[in-house]
Design a protein around this ligand. Structure first.
Ligand code: SAH
Length: 358
């Protein structure tokens, strides 16, 4: 395919929100500077149309690194006996929110391993208290696979959003990244349930996960196009030394940026974070993500103990602009590229906020 063909694909992607899979794969494979720059600038323009130059912030609270799962890539997998474990209680979590609210956060994301100690009763009580203290804030959960009934209860308690990356919709790839007892069907069931219940839903995958091909990525893009999630989280795979995939190479920065732009053109109003993994793989990764079409950053509000132990991959960034205390640094870095951090719940532009709730 010539550059002009690829540029035509970019234009079609921008106008139709989609191009055939073979074109998509060629675009993913293309390393030509002018094609990549055209893709990036079209994505940035769409992002500005929907969100201006606003950058939404989410206060990330890593509530526990106990996990019953054993995903082959993840540093907090059950089988990693070298990981020191911790779990935050209700008051510790609320203290993070208090601090975050003061700093200007209006969304709290509670993320963790699949820790069986977080029962529905515990979480309902916590979410109700969060919504009582901060009625102007969104509560986002990222606690893995649960039953439909559990998702319903947490939604009724007031949770607004749920992040659950599908990781890979190709059964072969999914199977090579996860232990036998985990199932792709259940993961997709969870995402369908969450969407149906009324959550703003986030899905996504790691770029450059071991064994992942461009074809696999195109399959994930097709899945996401059909699901129409309100949020998509992607970041490069980064190895963790105490996992079975610890010697595999990291995913590519450039491909991650290309994907952020493609996703922005595919789902123009989607909430798209420049993730911690992107900030970790290179110094200015976060800024590059914003310039490629991302509109969200998620500084870490967790207590130091949690930051030191919630280690999904080696060298995970946990200071500077990545930490909530570093908000001033983050603000300056966004201003330096022409964007500004705003105090807002930052809902998805095409989601009827509040109105769909029962
Ligand atoms: N237990 C929750 C939260 C998982 S951590 C859940 O299952 O959804 C959030 C995300 O971090 C995961 O979905 C995964 O895509 C990403 N992640 C885990 N290990 C990683 C690694 N080694 N490199 C890059 N990203 C990783």
């Amino acid at each position: 395919m010539s550059n002009s063909d690829l540029l035509a694909s970019v234009s079609r992607l921008a106008s139709d929100g989609w191009i055939p899979k073979d074109e998509l794969i060629r675009l993913l494979a293309c390393e030509e500077k002018d094609v990549r720059e055209t893709l990036r600038s079209r994505a940035e323009a769409v992002r500005r149309k929907y969100y201006g130059t606003d950058v939404y912030i989410r206060g990330l609270i890593e509530i526990s690194n106990y996990c019953r799962n054993n995903c082959l890539y993840c540093g907090i997998r059950r089988g990693n006996t070298k990981a020191g474990r911790y779990r935050l209680g209700k008051e510790e979590i609320l203290a993070c929110c208090d601090r975050g609210y003061e700093l200007g956060f209006r969304t709290f994301v509670m993320q963790g391993g699949e820790d069986v100690c977080y029962t529905d009763d515990f979480l309902e009580d916590l979410i109700r208290e969060q919504k009582r203290r901060y009625p102007d804030c969104a509560v986002t959960l990222s606690l893995g696979e649960r039953s439909r009934e559990s998702y319903e209860r947490l939604y009724r308690a007031g949770a607004d959003r749920y992040l659950l990356r599908q990781e890979a919709v190709n059964p072969g790839l999914y199977g090579s990244l996860h232990p036998k007892e985990m199932s792709l069907a259940n993961r997709l069931r969870c995402l369908a349930d969450l969407k149906e219940i009324g959550y703003q839903v986030g899905c996504g995958f790691m770029v450059g996960a071991p064994g992942q091909t461009l074809d696999h990525i195109a399959e994930d893009l097709e899945y996401m196009r059909e699901l129409k999630p309100q949020m998509i989280g992607i970041g490069p795979f980064l190895p963790h030394k105490d996992t079975p995939l610890g010697k595999e190479p990291a995913g590519s920065l450039a491909l991650t940026l290309v994907l952020l732009s493609i996703i922005r053109l595919m789902l123009p109003a989607v909430l798209l974070p420049a993730t911690t993994a992107l900030g970790t793989i290179t110094q200015r990764g976060r800024e590059m993500g914003i310039l490629a079409g991302a509109n969200v950053v998620m500084p870490n509000l967790s207590p130091q103990e949690a930051k030191d132990q919630y280690i999904l991959y080696d060298n995970k960034l946990r200071s500077g602009a990545e930490a909530a205390e570093g908000l001033a640094v983050l603000k300056r870095s966004m201003e330096a590229i022409g964007y500004q951090v705003v105090v807002s719940r930052g809902d998805c532009a095409d989601y009827a906020n509040g109105e769909e709730r029962s």
